[in-house]
Design a protein around this ligand. Sequence first.
Ligand code: SAM
Length: 251
Amino acid sequence: MRALIMKQFYSGLPAQLYDQFFPEIDEQELAFFIQHIEMLPAPALEIACGTGRILLPLLERGYQIEGFDASLEMLAQCRQKSEPKRLDPILYHQTMQDLELPKQYGCMFSPLGSFQQIENRDDAQKTLRNFYDHLLPGGKLVIYLHLPWHNAQTLGEWHQHESITCDDKKITVSEKLIHEPNKQKFFVSYRYDVWQKSECIAKDVKDMTIRWYSRYEFQMMLQQVGFKDIQVSSGYEDSGPFDVMLFVAQK
Ligand SMILES: C[S@@+](CC[C@H](N)C(=O)[O-])C[C@H]1O[C@@H](n2cnc3c(N)ncnc32)[C@H](O)[C@@H]1O
């Protein structure tokens, strides 16, 4: 499993602190995925489910959802959070690129641009083929993509991105962005600093590459592997900013 040993962004502080940056359930986001899951045969599969931010609330609401992710640290948090809720999610430690599961799904969905972490376009195309193969006939792929350069801060400089308080600690996240438009790649360095009083007690710097796609390019990639009836909306209610694209494609 080549990609499982790849440099992981979601390890260490980015994995440990992931949920702190999503303190509340986004009902609009959940509703978007539910409308598709409800219409298709169970179970559904969350692509790159991470800590279960979406998967666990869906299970709590009675939907049959399974999930997979490349990060053991993210999956461990998902499992740990499921225990007090008496949920027993079916989780797989796999990558999108080499996905190989023993069944097919009615709906496969990917929130928050996880798919864009596949750096290489040929790998991305092959991954869409994998997704296609894991869908039941008539099943749907629902996939969130965004244009990371839209509203980006000045490139090449560190900017404080977010800050949260957690018990007696303050965590600041700074980011530095580099864009290579010809390669459709956006390179983001994130620096996590954990402060207790005025002392920095932990830090972590991690890099992420985000590959972006134009709307028509991604439509063609979906068509190339056989998807049909491809719909695209801007945001969850199709009134959102143009930099968020939600694709729904049928097998
Ligand atoms: C932004 S998080 C999204 C997690 C979850 N879907 C959510 O909405 O909160 C991105 C996730 O993608 C996972 N990921 C990144 N590259 C992956 C790959 N090649 N295969 C599987 N998972 C991957 C990361 O480990 C991380 O959990």
